[in-house]
Design a protein around this ligand. Structure first.
Ligand code: NAD
Length: 284
């Protein structure tokens, strides 16, 4: 049996269409156009592509995009000044600081300077706390997209065994927390997990967020499991792949996401949705 593909591109497109409708309705009824400020420091090519794609997505959905492309020599003080300006700019309802920042800037200080009420990525400690308490305001975009993709299969997450591979603050931990709030029994695996394959084999839902190509192999997957691949890895031949050995795992899984065209497009759609929801709160 071959797994059904969860088409992130198609899901994201339909989300973006409904976001565009809501944006135009909000603007008509309240005069508020959701605004997203994206801040990029330095010239990392991958980050530049992400920021450009986010800007295009904003424009297509009718949001107001504001781009701040700063040189890598930007000081932490100057960046903090910009964040403080954006925090009080009435045209801006979401602020996104593209990571990674250059090594001379302390990312933690920058993320904490973003107003928790405009924290479109959901990385501020206040929003992390709200998420842990089960009463989130901004849910981080990739984890939010992952849950939407699982829901699209029709699977009831409640009571299922879920294994998240990867424990980063921006992907692994928030995904685990969201699954827990949806009543899954959640295990987080990481680089020091003993006998990781046997843990993953128990899962009805597997989330791979590691950053290592072909890490998840068919022998780790229970027949019929939902497999969500968050990883983005560039091979030496230029090909983009996830963390899952897609071609072989799809014979075992019930549902699987491709890379590219899986979680990536969902992340951008959720960023638009977070900004729209924020603008609605400001409009009230
Ligand atoms: P990270 O490097 O911060 O975290 C990786 C995690 O993997 C760590 O918690 C680590 O414990 C775990 N890990 C590393 N080696 C391991 C091993 N051998 N066995 C088990 N666990 C291991 O990365 P991140 O920011 O969480 O991102 C993970 C991947 O997801 C990356 O490929 C990144 O590019 C991708 N990503 C994709 C999107 C998207 O929109 N699709 C968004 C964010 C991140």
């Amino acid at each position: 049996m071959s797994a059904q593909i969860i088409d992130g591109k198609a899901l994201a497109l339909s989300l973006r269409e409904s976001i565009a409708q809501e944006v135009s309705l909000l603007q008509k009824n309240t005069g508020v156009q959701p605004g997203l400020a994206a801040v990029l420091v330095g010239d990392d090519p991958a980050s530049a592509i992400y920021v450009r794609n986010k800007k295009i997505a904003c424009e297509k959905a009718g949001l107001y995009p504001q781009e701040h492309l700063l040189p890598s020599s930007t000081t932490e003080e100057a960046l903090l000044d910009l964040i403080h300006q954006l925090n009080v700019d009435p045209k801006i309802h979401g602020i996104l600081v593209q990571l990674p920042l250059p090594p001379h800037i302390e990312s933690k200080a920058i993320l904490q300077a973003v107003s928790p009420e405009k924290d479109a990525d959901g990385f501020h400690p206040v929003n992390v706390g709200r998420l842990v308490e089960g009463d989130p305001v901004f849910v981080p975009c990739t984890p939010k997209g992952v849950i939407h993709m699982i829901d699209s299969t029709g699977l009831d997450i409640g009571g299922k065994r879920a294994v998240v591979i990867g424990r980063s603050n921006i992907v692994g931990k928030p995904i685990a927390m969201l699954l827990l709030h949806r009543h899954a029994t959640v295990t987080i695996c990481h680089s020091r997990t003993k006998d990781l394959p046997s843990v993953v084999r128990e899962a009805d839902i597997v989330i791979a967020a590691i950053g290592k190509p072909f890490f998840v192999t068919p022998d780790m997957i229970k027949e019929g499991a939902v497999v969500i691949d968050v990883g983005i890895n560039r091979l030496d031949n230029g090909k983009l792949v996830g963390d899952v050995d897609f071609d072989r795992v799809k014979a075992h899984a019930g549902w699987i996401t491709p890379v590219p065209g899986g979680v990536g497009p969902m992340t951008i759609a959720m960023l638009l949705q977070n900004t729209l929801e924020s603008a609605k709160r400001f409009a009230q």
